[in-house]
Structures are given as structure tokens and as C-alpha cells.
Design a protein around this ligand. Structure first.
Ligand code: SAM
Length: 226
């Protein structure tokens, strides 16, 4: 069974969007992963297909209703579905490459995209939603966040990246940021490619890259070294 992603959203037309392009899109065409979307509004019961209501206790904005979202989740992910249920949320656990790796090794994910002020707390608890954040800023909705998560996950599924695009050396894979990359021409506006990289000495190249990775990580992301 290939990795199966299912998005619950008020804007299914946004998908696959960038997930349909390049290696990620090719992976989908090759059957290495699948993407389905469900329109949350289809689970509303009134004539106006209402999915939200005013916040209890007052305040601005609207909140997605728990009963409607629960019905959508139950339809998409009945009991026994092994896929984790994620809710994209700025309050969530920040997404890391380690969590991305775990998700890529699993059966897929059911992803709920919030809108407006967010969703009723009771459905988060009742359906065991794992809140995931893509960073300390607030987006208008969970759709772009879900795409970010899926793009990071899908590129780790075996076969999605060609051998030429291996991710083994990349930022975060070994707890460090990646070393600087160069390509021809040898000289660009008076700046040369570091000599060691064109020396043909693989041992020296590896040592230089490791040292540059460590230097960059110490300067930019000392938290990764802890
Ligand atoms: N009122 C919420 C708060 O202050 O935490 C923000 C709601 S936001 C306007 C609407 C939706 O966008 C959220 O329910 C979530 O699905 C999504 N979203 C916004 N920022 C996000 C982030 N940094 N990571 C993941 N999802 C995010």
C-alpha cells in the first residue's frame, strides 16, 4: 500500500496545487503516494451548508463546528484506520524533519485544515487530532500548511527522489545545516569555487563540508547542536 493522504478542507480545489508538480507530482502519477480531498461543507446539515458559528464567550471571527467536522473525520477515517489524524494549527507542535521522517515511513495521514478562528476544542480531543504547526506565524488557513507538510513527507518516500537528488546529506538529516553548494562557472563576478571542491580529493571534500556545516549551524542555528 502506498502512502495515502486525505485532506479535509473547505477549499479542495486548492489541491494538488504545487503537490502536482515536479518530483512530488511524478511520485503521485507513479502511484508512490495518493491524495484525496473531502469538502467539509458536504457534511453540513442545513440548507445553507453552514460549517461555522460564533465563538462561545464572544470575540471576533467564527469557529468550525465540532459535530460537522467529526462527521467528516469519521467518514474519511473510520475506526481501525492506522493513519494519524493531523490538524494544521499554529498552536501545534512545530514540524521537524524527524516527525516528517516518521510520517513518511507510515501508512499516510488524514489532515484537517482549519479556517477562520480555528476549530472547536472538543472535536480535537474527541477525535485525537495531533496539532502540527509549520512555524511561529499565522496563515489564513491550513491548506498551505498541509501542502508544506506533505511536500516534506512525500519527497522521503522511497522512489520519489531519483538517486541524483538524494536527501541523505541535507539540512537537518544529520542534525546540521547543509554546507554551501557551488557549481560552474569556476569564477563568478570575481568569486571562485573553493579550491578543495575541485581538488578531486574526496576525503578532503568530506572534511571541508563537515566543517562548513558545523560552522554554519553554530552561527545560524546553535539550538540544533544542543
Ligand atoms: N485563531 C488561531 C490562533 O490564534 O491560533 C489562528 C487561526 S488561523 C487564522 C486559521 C487556520 O490556519 C488554523 O486553524 C490552521 O489550520 C491554519 N494555520 C494558521 N497558521 C498556521 C501555522 N503556523 N501552522 C499550521 N497551520 C496554521
Amino acid at each position: 500500500m502506498s502512502f495515502s493522504a486525505h485532506i479535509i478542507t473547505l477549499f479542495p480545489d486548492l489541491f494538488p496545487g504545487p503537490l502536482g508538480a515536479s518530483v512530488i507530482g511524478r511520485g503521485m502519477a507513479d502511484g508512490l503516494w495518493q491524495l484525496e480531498t473531502t469538502q467539509l461543507r458536504d457534511f453540513a446539515t442545513d440548507r445553507h451548508r453552514t460549517v461555522d458559528d460564533t465563538p462561545s464567550g464572544g470575540g471576533a471571527g467564527m469557529v468550525l463546528k465540532p459535530d460537522i467536522l467529526a462527521r467528516a473525520i469519521d467518514a474519511v477515517s473510520p475506526e481501525g484506520d492506522a493513519r494519524p489524524r493531523l490538524l494544521m494549527s499554529p498552536r501545534g507542535t512545530p514540524l521537524t524533519q524527524a516527525r516528517v521522517r516518521e510520517l513518511a515511513a507510515g501508512p499516510g495521514a488524514v489532515i484537517v485544515c482549519g479556517r477562520f478562528e480555528g476549530i472547536d476544542q472538543r472535536v480535537i480531543e474527541a477525535r485525537g487530532l495531533e496539532e502540527v504547526s509549520i512555524g511561529d506565524y499565522v496563515l489564513a488557513g491550513g491548506e498551505v500548511a498541509a501542502m508544506v507538510l506533505l511536500e516534506a513527507v512525500v519527497r522521503l518516500i522511497p522512489g520519489v527522489l531519483g538517486a541524483a537528488e538524494s536527501h541523505a546529506d541535507e539540512s537537518f538529516e544529520n542534525g546540521l545545516l547543509e554546507y554551501p553548494q557551488y557549481t560552474r562557472p569556476q569564477s563568478f563576478e570575481g568569486r571562485e569555487i573553493p579550491e578543495v571542491l575541485t581538488s578531486g580529493d574526496h576525503g578532503k571534500v568530506a572534511k571541508w563540508r563537515r566543517a562548513e556545516s558545523e560552522k554554519l549551524t553554530r552561527a545560524r542555528r546553535p539550538d540544533l547542536l544542543k
